[in-house]
Every structure is written in structure tokens, then in C-alpha cells.
Write a protein that binds this ligand. Sequence first.
Ligand SMILES: *Cc1c(COP(=O)(O)O)cnc(C)c1O
Length: 382
Amino acid sequence: MSKFIPLSVPNLKGNEKKYVDDAITQEWVSTGGAYINRMEKMMAEYVHTPDAVACQSGTAALHLSLICCGVKAGDEVIVPTLTFVAAVNPVRYVNAEPVFMDCDDTLCMDMDKLERFCAEECEMRDGKLIDKVNGKHISAVIVVHVFGNIANMEKLMELKSRYGFKIIEDATEAVGSYIKSGVFIGKFAGTIGDMGALSFNGNKIITTGGGGMLISENTGLLEKARYLSTQAKDDAVYFKHNEVGYNYRMTNLQAAVGVAQLEQLEDFISIKHANYNTYVENGIPLYPFRADTRSNYWFYSYLTEKRDELITYLGANNVQSRPIWHLIHALPPFIHSRNYCIENAQYFWEHVVNIPCSTNLNKDDVIHVSNLIHEFEKRGEK
Ligand SMILES: *Cc1c(COP(=O)(O)O)cnc(C)c1O
């Protein structure tokens, strides 16, 4: 049996050990310490924002962003159905309700349908977008940059100016992706809307074990997020707290790993891009990323009519793969939430298989997986 090839695993061959060792030697292991500030500063410089706020997870970052953007209990928040459930759960944490939207052929939110939804299902009352069906205020949109592809932000920002909602970018999968042409040329995923959330979970392009970050052009929003993430402490001596805060700050140990990972981010993106090209050169027509962006090529999608059979076949040959996420509007906690004209997402749910994409993969591994897929497809023709 050939060696096991996992779907997406961390790559920790840089300065991770050295920096963690340093943090331990200095005995700064908790939610204060130089590596946290250093990682925030490095990320802010990398994505060209004035500041960044390190958190325990991408999910925590999304939760804080909803609070900072003023989403209130009883509001509605527009979300995609084709994404990881952590993009949607925080809407419930603030006692708001999700409204599920379809995707377009970038796998990200379909902005034409969003526009139609706003025009036909909603109306403006006192400068607020109101859902005509239930009278709820639609106060925000969470847009997810799926697999490293960037959603149509030009259109979304135009809708924001028309309808007044806040935009939270879930850029957890798109760390390092940026736009190469148009109005937002040079802008990184997560820096266009009101706030952007990043993730450094174990399977993301860079990892801190678990961790996340908030980025924004708006330093006021980031300051508020930092305050809420550190227990909303207004007086450190007398422990005076004027708001309900959270213990959502990243630890210095995590940040030590994160600094080392950030040093390698551009190299990781180059490897992801090269491996993507190797698959394509070996006859595996991977689903494309937007040509007018520099994608981080985080996750690779192969479309097939025989999704489950392919996953089983690869598994039997020691190669890990998986379907794209179950559509969220059809999951038990959300079946009673509103959804709007979901069609494309159903197609991608039925056809996408994610295949190995770790930065640890070498060319031979990629050729091996490609050959297995060819064998599988030929087998089916007989
Ligand atoms: C990974 C991910 C998250 C959550 O990030 P964590 O750091 O694991 O909490 C949220 N949304 C999407 C789309 C993700 O892929």
C-alpha cells in the first residue's frame, strides 16, 4: 500500500519551534506577550490595514465582528448556504436569524440573486433594509471567500451603498488572496467590507493550531473588538467592566507559531499554485479560481458525477478526499430559516470533491493522486 496522502495538513518546518521555545523560555504563554503584537503588526502590514486583532479562532472573530457591526437580536443577516457552518453559527450567538443565499460559479455568494432579493423581498424603511415577509431589519451580510476565491465585492459594495447593511467578510479561507483589477485593485480579501475575519485553524493555509484575526480599515471597530475580546476591561487595577466581554484573545504560544507561519505564507501560496498547476497539467481539470484575482489556491475542487464513488475509491487507495460542505439551509438548526432561490449550490454540493492540497505535497504525490483519478474515471467507462 502506498503512503497515506491526507487532504490538508499543517506545514511547520520554519521557525515555529524556535519561537514557541522562546515564548516558553520567557514564560509568556497566555493572552499577553510580544508574539501577539508582532503577529498582529505583521498581518496588518501584509494586508495593508492600519491594525489587526488576534483572536482564539475564526469563529470568535466572526462573533465579535457581528457585535462590532451592531447586529442586534431579532435582526436578519444574509449568509451563503454553501460554506462551513462556522460562518453562520455566530449569527445565532447574537440571537439574529440567517437568510440563506445561493452561490454563483465562483462558489461564493450570488450577488445578482442578492440584489433581486433586496429589490423584490425587502423595502427601505427609515433608511433600513426591511424583510417584507417578517418586518425584520437586515443589518448585515456575511460574505465568504470560498476556498481562496474572492466574491464579487464590487457588486456587494454597490448594494451596501444602496441598502445600508454592514458587510462582514469571512476571509478565513482566503488569507493572502487579493484583487488584481478594477475598483479594488490590490485589495486583500477581508479588507473591503466593514470587517474581515481570518482563521488559522489546522487545515487553513497558515495555522496557529487554533486561532483567528480581525482586519479592517476602521480602527474604531478593531479597538472595540480588541476590548470585547479581552473581557471588556475598563480598569485593569479595580477590574471595572462596563460591558459583557469575552475571553477570545489569542495566546502568545499560538502567536509564536503564527509569526513563523506568516513568514512562510507567500511560499505556501506559491506551492499551492504550483501543485494546482501540476494537477491540471496531468489532465485533472480542477475547478478554476477567478483570473482577475491572485488567489491563495487554498482548496482544490474536482467536479464529478460520481462523488461518493470517487471518495471511496481514493480512500481505498490511501488518499483522503471529501465532498464540499452539506448545504447549511438544509441542516437541522436552520431548516426553518429563510432561504432564497437556492439552485447552483445544490449542483456544487452534488458534484464537488476536494482532493489533497497540503503544502507538504510534492510533485510525485500530485501525479500519484492524478493517476488514481484517471484510473477511477476509466474504470467507470467500462
Ligand atoms: C475555518 C472556517 C471558519 C472558522 O474558523 P475557525 O478558526 O476554525 O473557528 C469560518 N468560516 C469558514 C468559511 C471557514 O472555512
